[in-house]
Design a protein around this ligand. Structure first.
Ligand code: PDD
Length: 285
């Protein structure tokens, strides 16, 4: 595995940073996961623009130009594609505020951001037919994270704890409800539902990550003349849905068939999911 750390490429095993990095001390940084198929990134510009937004929000100067990011990402894809022997490579990027000599909450001045990246083998994309796709059983939990979920922060403890809560119940993910019993997102995915024949996903705000897969799914469906309504999804709508899907860079669009004890729809991947994945696959690059 080839990694990138502070302007140099190296084998992942040789990449190391100081424990005084603010990423380690405070989770003071952001990250991206960019999926690539056969050397081609999916949603690259959208990932880079979300990264810029996150850096601006954290008041960290973007350390590289768009061209430099592009070169870095291309290099990680190419090297890892041959080293890992896979055509499905995920590129992980992380930028922290940088390494300090004394731990203090205030943002230090004159600090150089730490930039880390590496490539990993992505799971193969989901099968495209209801008969063959692997579906998910998920838990339904109260969202106990913070009010800045739109930032792709490396401070993922809240998400990790929700994922583990689901896992302890024998589930593969957890869908989260806010204090008003409205769907926010899942611990590492966005949520879509098919309800009374229409497709819904929660509107973007501080309660959820603006997922790039979510954006590409909405855009792909629009190109096929199918609307996605960005509207609040109540717990009742979720549990009465004909279909529920989770989206992320690693899962693309994956159907959910059980939420806690409730069976969703017919308990198998549905026709709207099949159409959505076909639209996504047609337009995703
Ligand atoms: N997870 N919501 C959360 C909380 C996420 O962590 C993710 C992504 C998403 C989907 O975003 P996107 O479509 O841009 O991948 C939604 C990544 C893949 C991860 O942490 O590994």
């Amino acid at each position: 595995t080839t990694a990138f750390l502070n302007n140099a490429y190296m084998p992942l095993e040789q990449a190391s940073i100081s424990p005084m990095d603010r990423g380690f001390l405070f989770g003071d940084g952001i990250y991206e996961v960019i999926p690539t198929h056969y050397g081609k990134p999916i949603g690259l510009q959208a990932h880079l623009s979300r990264m810029s937004d996150g850096l601006a929000e954290l008041q960290i100067d973007n350390p590289y130009s768009a061209q430099q990011w592009q070169t870095l990402i291309d290099t990680l894809i190419q090297r890892n594609r041959s080293e890992l022997g896979s055509d499905y490579i995920g590129v992980y990027l992380q930028i922290t505020r940088g390494t300090v000599m004394s731990r203090q909450h205030a943002y230090p001045q004159d600090i150089t951001p730490t930039v880390f990246g590496y490539g990993f083998t992505l799971a193969a994309p989901p099968a495209t037919t209801p008969e063959q796709v692997t579906t998910l059983d998920v838990a339904l939990l109260k969202d106990r994270r913070w009010e800045r979920c739109h930032i792709k922060s490396t401070s993922l403890l809240g998400n990790v704890m929700h994922f583990e809560q689901g896992k302890a119940q024998g589930k593969q993910e957890a869908i989260l409800l806010n204090a008003h019993d409205e769907v926010t997102e899942a611990s590492s995915c966005n949520v879509f539902v098919v309800w009374q024949g229409d497709i819904y996903t929660p509107p973007l705000d501080y309660q959820l990550l603006p997922g790039i897969t979510r954006k590409l799914v909405i855009e792909s469906l629009a190109k096929e003349g199918i609307a996605v309504y960005e509207q609040v999804i109540s717990k009742t709508m979720l549990l009465q849905a004909q279909e529920v899907w989770l989206t992320s860079s690693s899962k693309e669009i994956t159907p959910v068939t059980h939420i806690d004890e409730q069976t969703i729809g017919e308990g198998q991947a549905g026709p709207v999911w099949e159409a959505a994945l076909a639209a996504f696959n047609k337009h995703k690059f």
